[in-house]
Design a protein around this ligand. Sequence first.
Ligand SMILES: Cc1cc2nc3c(=O)[nH]c(=O)nc-3n(C[C@H](O)[C@H](O)[C@H](O)COP(=O)(O)O)c2cc1C
Length: 167
Amino acid sequence: MGLYETLISRTSVRNFSSAPISKEIITKIINAGHHAATARNIQPWLFVVVTDAVRRKAIKDMCPNNGPYIEFAPVCVCVFCENVTYYLEDGSAATQNILNAAHSFGLGAVWVAGDKKDYADKIREYLKVPNNYKLVSLIPIGYPSEKVKPTEKKPLEEKLFWEEYSK
Ligand SMILES: Cc1cc2nc3c(=O)[nH]c(=O)nc-3n(C[C@H](O)[C@H](O)[C@H](O)COP(=O)(O)O)c2cc1C
């Protein structure tokens, strides 16, 4: 699959098989996050990869409504950024790269909210990340347990304007 096809066929996956993912693939996926654009090239992120089932359940118990799938996906990538001016943009760019890279390896993933959530600091503390870092996202990743219907998108014509906006 070429890059463009990867980008336009990615969709959120929330049901996973328990099949493990090799460390090599996980590392490549994280490396894609690490190559995201970042304001002034600060690269304020750090990525905590959680594979241990007890830890994944503990994280899921802190955000049961947003991320129930974290318990069942074999991997949860936790994206943190140092609290710099553009931490949220930088961490979001890394998160999207990770979602796309996972998809390119035939894996499924979903962006679970981190920033602005009341559980963000609890999860940060649980993972022993220093308090000058913010949790941007949690990304459960695994092989999809079923075929996922792509999420419907609004027509591009409603969103695309040439030269200037018009109603
Ligand atoms: C900032 C952000 C926060 C999100 N938080 C959650 C979440 O907490 N739980 C969840 O299941 N999906 C979450 N999502 C995934 C969206 O629901 C999903 O991307 C959206 O429905 C579009 O579907 P698609 O990813 O298949 O294109 C989040 C996505 C973004 C960008």
